[in-house]
Ligand binder design. Structure first.
Ligand SMILES: *Cc1c(COP(=O)(O)O)cnc(C)c1O
Length: 646
C-alpha cells in the first residue's frame, strides 16, 4: 500500500501551476498546456506560439543526444533585449527625459560564443553593446560586435596589452570606453594613447557608499574592492587636466552588486551616482554617459519579494526609478541628461536556458509492511513502538512524535552496545517510519501543525536521482543557496503523489536540490509523480542561463553537458539550430592532466598481464580493450546504450 500518497480526487493544470509556482517565476515564458506539458512561449508577454518542452526532450533523444541537455531557446534572448529597451524607451518618453538608453551585455555572465553572437544579432536594432572585463573577453567582444553605434565598455584591471587592444578598437571605429577602476591605470592609458596617437574615451568607476542588500552586498559600499574613492577621483581629474585630457572623461560607472532584490537600493545608488556625475560636470569634464552597472534581478522563486532569489520590483519600476533619480538630481542645476547605460547580464540571459535531465531511479521512503507477529526481543522496544503506532491520532500527534524519536534513538543505542542485531534494529526503524507516515497523514487534518511535526513531515520524502551534476550545471545552488525553479516537464494532468527531493549523480552529499519556490516561503521538497516502467520522467531546471555554465566545475569528473539550441518560428514550428556534444570521458581526463595515449598504452599492458597470469584469453583481452575505448569516447553522464559484450 502506498501510505503517504495524498488521497486525491482531482488535479488540474492550474493546481500544478500553483504547486510548482510556474505561474509566478515563469514570467510569461513558461507555463503548462492543456495536455499537461510544460511549454515555452518565446515571445513572452507578446504571446506567439508555444511549444512543449516534453516533446523537445523526446526529440532530442530521438536524434541520438543523451540527457542531460542544456536547452537554449534562442528567441527568448531577443525578447528580453527588446523588453529592456522598450521599457526604458517608454519610461523615458513618459518622463520627458532628454537622453537615450543604451544597454551593454557583460560577457562574464555567459561567455559562450553562441550567446554573444545571438546578443549581437538581436541587439543590432537597439544598439545593444558589450562589456568586457578581461583580455579574452575584449577580444571576443571586438570579434563579435559589428554595430559601431553600440558601446564597448572595458572594465577590469588593464595591462598594456589590454589597453592597446581597446585603442585599436577605437581606431577601427568602435565606441570604446576605458573605465578606470584603480588609480594606477590612468597613467598607463595616457601613455599608451599618446604612443599610438589615439584619443581614448574614459570613464571612472566609483565606489558608492550605497550598499545593496542581497547575496552580493559586498560588491558595493565601503567594503567594495573595486572603484575609486573620492580622493582618487580628484587625483584622476587633476592628472587629466594636467595632460589636457579632461575632455576624454565622459562616463561615470558604478556596480553595487548582482541580483539586487530591493528597489530602494537601486534608487539610492542612482541618486548618489548622480550627485557625483554633477560634480564631475562642474569640474569641467564633458561627461554624457551614466553607466549604472548590473544588478537588475531575476525573480527566481516567483515571490516578488526582497528575498535573495527574488526582487520586489518590476522592470518598469526599475527603469522609472533610474530615470526619475537622474531627473531629480540633475535638473536642479540644469545639467543635461546623460545617455543611460546599464550592464544587465542576469536579467537578459537567465530565462533562455533550461537544464533537462531524466530521472534514473527513486529511493523511496516506503517502509516494509508491519509483520503480523513481532520478533521476540529482550527489550520492550518493538512493543513500545507498536503501541505508539496504534496510538497515533490527531489529538496525540505531538506526544507520538516525541515517542517515535525517543524509541528511534533507543534502538540506535541498543544496537551500538550490541544488545540488538541488525535485523532487530531494521524492524525498529521500519516501525518508526510507519509512525512518521501516520503522523504526517493525521497532521493534514489539523489547522495548526506543531513545529516538531512540521519538521518531521519534511523528512518524509523520496529521493529522485537525476542524471546531472549540480556542480557542473547548477553551481549556484550549491555555492550560494540560489533557488532555481525545478519541475517535471510532463504529466501535469496527474496529481503528483510523492514528496521528494532531487539528488544528482556525483555521490557528493551536497549534490542535491532541496529548495523550491513556494507561495509563502521556499519549500524543502516538492511533489513528484511515481515513475512509470516504460516511460522516461523528464525534469527541467529553469532560469539557468546566467553564470551557471562557466562557473560549473568538473567535480567527480562530470563534464560539460550536451547543448541544443532551438529557434521557434512564427508558425509554431521550430528548428534545432545548434547541437554541441558535451565532454567525453577522454576530454575530462585530459583536462586534469591525463595523457589519453598513455592511458591506452597502460590499459593494454594491464590486459596483457592478465593474459600472462591466465586470467583472460587473448580474445577476451580484445573485447575488454574495445570496451575501454568505447568508455573513453562516451558521455560522462549516465548513458542508456549498453557496451559491447565480452
Ligand atoms: C557582474 C557584473 C555585471 C552583471 O551584473 P548582473 O547583475 O548579472 O546584471 C555588470 N557589471 C559589472 C561590472 C559586473 O561585475
Amino acid at each position: 500500500m502506498n501510505n503517504h500518497t495524498l488521497h486525491s480526487k482531482s488535479w488540474s493544470t492550474q493546481e500544478a501551476s500553483k504547486h510548482y509556482c510556474i505561474d509566478k517565476w515563469g514570467a510569461n515564458y513558461f507555463s503548462i498546456n492543456e495536455a499537461g506539458d510544460v511549454v515555452v512561449t518565446p515571445g513572452g508577454a507578446d504571446n506567439g506560439p508555444s511549444i512543449s518542452l516534453y516533446e523537445i526532450a523526446q526529440e532530442i533523444e530521438m536524434r541520438g543526444l543523451s540527457m542531460p541537455v542544456l536547452l537554449r531557446i534562442e528567441n527568448i534572448l531577443g525578447s528580453q533585449i527588446k523588453l529592456l529597451h522598450e521599457t526604458f524607451r517608454k519610461v523615458i518618453r513618459e518622463n520627458d527625459y532628454r537622453g537615450v538608453y543604451k544597454g551593454v551585455f557583460p560577457i562574464k555572465v555567459n561567455q559562450q560564443e553562441q550567446v554573444i553572437e545571438a546578443i549581437g544579432q538581436f541587439g543590432e536594432n537597439f544598439n545593444h553593446g558589450l562589456e568586457a572585463g578581461s583580455k579574452p573577453e575584449l577580444i571576443a567582444a571586438i570579434s563579435m560586435l559589428k554595430n559601431r553605434n553600440a558601446c564597448l565598455i572595458c572594465n577590469g584591471y588593464k595591462d598594456e596589452e589590454f589597453i592597446d587592444l581597446g585603442l585599436f578598437a577605437v581606431k577601427m571605429g568602435y565606441q570604446v570606453f576605458f573605465v578606470i577602476e584603480v588609480p594606477g591605470e590612468v597613467d598607463l592609458i595616457i601613455e599608451r594613447s599618446k604612443y599610438h596617437n589615439i584619443t581614448p574615451t574614459l570613464g571612472l568607476r566609483i565606489k558608492l557608499s550605497t550598499q545593496a542588500e542581497g547575496q552580493w552586498a559586498e560588491s558595493g559600499g565601503d567594503s567594495s574592492v573595486f572603484g575609486l574613492t573620492m580622493s582618487h577621483i580628484i587625483d584622476v581629474i587633476d592628472r587629466l587636466k594636467q595632460e589636457e585630457m579632461l575632455d576624454c572623461l565622459q562616463l561615470l560607472h558604478y556596480h553595487i552588486g548582482s541580483q539586487i532584490p530591493n528597489i530602494r537600493d537601486i534608487r539610492a545608488g542612482a541618486m548618489e551616482a548622480c550627485r557625483l556625475y554633477e560634480e564631475l560636470v562642474k569640474e569641467g569634464a564633458p561627461m554624457g554617459y551614466l553607466d549604472l552597472g548590473g544588478g537588475l534581478a531575476v525573480d527566481y522563486d516567483g515571490s516578488n519579494t526582497d528575498s535573495h532569489s527574488s526582487r520586489n520590483y518590476s522592470l518598469e519600476e526599475y527603469c522609472s526609478d533610474i530615470v526619475e533619480s537622474i531627473i531629480t538630481v540633475l535638473d536642479k542645476n540644469d545639467i543635461p541628461h546623460p545617455t543611460i547605460i546599464t550592464e544587465s547580464g542576469r536579467a537578459i540571459v537567465a530565462y533562455y536556458s533550461v537544464l533537462i535531465f531524466n530521472i534514473l531511479d527513486v529511493s523511496s521512503f516506503e517502509p516494509h509492511p508491519i509483520p503480523a507477529t513481532l520478533p521476540d526481543v529482550d527489550s520492550d522496544l518493538l512493543e513500545n513502538l507498536m503501541t505508539t503506532y496504534n496510538m497515533v491520532s490527531a489529538k496525540d500527534i505531538q506526544e507520538c512524535c516525541n515517542d517515535a524519536l525517543f524509541y528511534r534513538s533507543q534502538a540506535r543505542q541498543l544496537f551500538k552496545h550490541g544488545h540488538i542485531t541488525i535485523r532487530e534494529r531494521a524492524q525498529a526503524e521500519n516501525l518508526v517510519q510507519h509512525i512518521l507516515i501516520k503522523i504526517s497523514e493525521f497532521s493534514r487534518e489539523l489547522t495548526h501543525i506543531p513545529k516538531d511535526v512540521q519538521t518531521m513531515n519534511r523528512l518524509i520524502y523520496d529521493i529522485y536521482y537525476g542524471n546531472f551534476s549540480l556542480f557542473q550545471s547548477l553551481p549556484d545552488v550549491w555555492a550560494i543557496d540560489q533557488i532555481l525553479p525545478t519541475m517535471p516537464l510532463h504529466r501535469h494532468l496527474e496529481k503528483p503523489s510523492r514528496q521528494a527531493i532531487i539528488s544528482d549523480i556525483t555521490c557528493d552529499c551536497d549534490g542535491k536540490i532541496d529548495s523550491f519556490p513556494g507561495i509563502i516561503e521556499k519549500k524543502s521538497n516538492i511533489m513528484l509523480h511515481p515513475l512509470k516502467p516504460d516511460e522516461e520522467y523528464y525534469m527541467g531546471v529553469f532560469l539557468v542561463g546566467a553564470y551557471q555554465e562557466t562557473l560549473g566545475d568538473l567535480h567527480n569528473l562530470f563534464g560539460d553537458t550536451n547543448v541544443v539550441s532551438i529557434h521557434v518560428n512564427d508558425d509554431g514550428s521550430y528548428k534545432f539550430i545548434l547541437e554541441l556534444e558535451g565532454d567525453s570521458v577522454a576530454d575530462v581526463l585530459s583536462y586534469v592532466g591525463y595523457d589519453i595515449r598513455a592511458i591506452r598504452t597502460r590499459l593494454k599492458a594491464q590486459a596483457e598481464d592478465a593474459i600472462q597470469n591466465g586470467l583472460v584469453s587473448p580474445h577476451e583481452r580484445k573485447s575488454i580493450l574495445a570496451n575501454f575505448e568505447e568508455g573513453l569516447r562516451g558521455y560522462t553522464y549516465f548513458e542508456k546504450q549498453s557496451t559491447t559484450d565480452i
